[in-house]
Design a binder for this molecule. Sequence first.
Ligand SMILES: Nc1ncnc2c1ncn2[C@@H]1O[C@H](COP(=O)(O)OP(=O)(O)O)[C@@H](O)[C@H]1O
Ligand SMILES: [Mg+2]
Length: 528
Amino acid sequence: MFQFTTFRARVFWSLVPIFCVLLVFIGFGDFYEQKRLAEDEIKGRARSMAENLAYSGRLGVLTEDRWLLEAALQSVTGAADFAYVWIYGEKWKPLVHAPENVVNLMRLKPELDEQGKNRLSQHGEIHFRTFFAGSQKYVEYIVPVASTQSNSSYELQVELAAGGRPDISQKRQQTIGAVRLGLSMDRVDAHMGSFLQWRGWSVGLFFCLSTVAIYIFADRITRPINRLTEHAKKMSQGLLSLSIPVASRDEIGQLSTAFNEMGRALNELYLSLERKVAERTKQLSAVNEKLAEASEHKSRFLANVNHELRTPLSSIIGYARLLRRETEGQISSLQRDNLEDLLRNAERLLALIDSLLDLAKIESGKMEVHPELVQIDELVQSAVTTIEPMLNKEQIRLVCDVPVDIAPVYTDGEKLRQILLNLLGNAVKFTNRGEIKISACQVNGDFKLAVGDTGIGIDNADLARIFEEFDRGPLASEGQYHGTGLGLAIVKRLVDVLGGSIAVESEVGKGSMFTVTLLIKKSQNGSL
Ligand SMILES: Nc1ncnc2c1ncn2[C@@H]1O[C@H](COP(=O)(O)OP(=O)(O)O)[C@@H](O)[C@H]1O
Ligand SMILES: [Mg+2]
């Protein structure tokens, strides 16, 4: 379907076809009316000419006097549109005709047909027809020539003798012949031709003028709508304070007023919104300042915790260890157990404080990465040395699967060591017998470090949340395995800081496998 791009085009092209149809309709009506009038006029003239001739030629017909008849013919032969004429006498005998060569010229039969004769003789009817001879159209009238007969004086005397009152006005009509007159309808056709031409021009002119008028009309209707659209566009671009000039009180005027009011309302809303945003921004920056202050306090608190808690706790542990060594064999076994308990709890407290401090440092974004070339076998070896004292060597085997020629990795060694220690710590804690395996390798540009164990394993439902801080899964309520639930949370954050990822596979009762994957980066001097 044809789509109009403008409202003006739609109005214009909706009205023009209606006008076209109207003009064609009126034009045809007018043409046929004109034609009918012209034909009626010529038919009327033909009839009266034939009737006049029938009247004036009566004597000629009666006497069959050729001279009289020809004299009568003179009255019609010179008339406009005259085509032919015949005068018939008794028994429809053609008496005279004009023009001379009419039979050859128009190929008409000089005799009247039987039907025409009957009508004339019995009813004295006028006969009329139109016909074509060649390309020309003719109208033909056949009118009876009647003679009026008055009663003779003898007949009058007979009627008087019979005692009646003779009607002297009574006359008898008798058909004694006929006049057949044909007029050419050429002039009607010529008239219609010129009429058509004139009407064509006038309709064309009228069409042009009305098209211009429709265009102006469409323009006048659509101009305010266009103006409205322009303003609406500007408003949509943010110029809400603009107002549309209202030029009329009609629907467009009302729409413009409504638009202006809407724009004003929107503008007010916008301004109040801006005011509110500014207000809220101010409040937010005040809150931000407070937050920054609080963060500052937190940092200071953590530094204090480090100093005020960690330092005395470290010295408690140091003195406790010294006491244990110095009092070897001098105190009872109960006192020794108590001393061991004190030491273990102090160490756990220290581990918790360390974990909390680590987490706080990572959270505050203050954790800096110091990349260096890390020798993986050395790193694994040192972690094993650290963890070995905690291992029940009779029950658990510690296996290292690190290729001797493994290339060094350019990363933060201290953080990678902490990750490995935390994972190993868990493996040791949650494995009673079997094997703990550390494996490292490089595949497809990735460095993979995995810690697997044959421990208690983790339920699938808990796998997703073991990396959340303070989450210990079903072990939270159990006293068998001590912990804080911070180890894996720290591991996850450290891996993130190093730009890597951590994955875990586990089956309850069979064991777990934690795999850290780091992208191998090039060091500044281009080596691995
Ligand atoms: N090697 C593992 N075997 C079985 N469970 C594990 C292992 N490592 C971690 N988990 C589970 O994940 C939880 C969270 O570990 P973690 O954050 O290190 O806390 P924590 O060691 O203090 O309990 C543990 O409580 C335990 O339920
Ligand atoms: Mg742990």
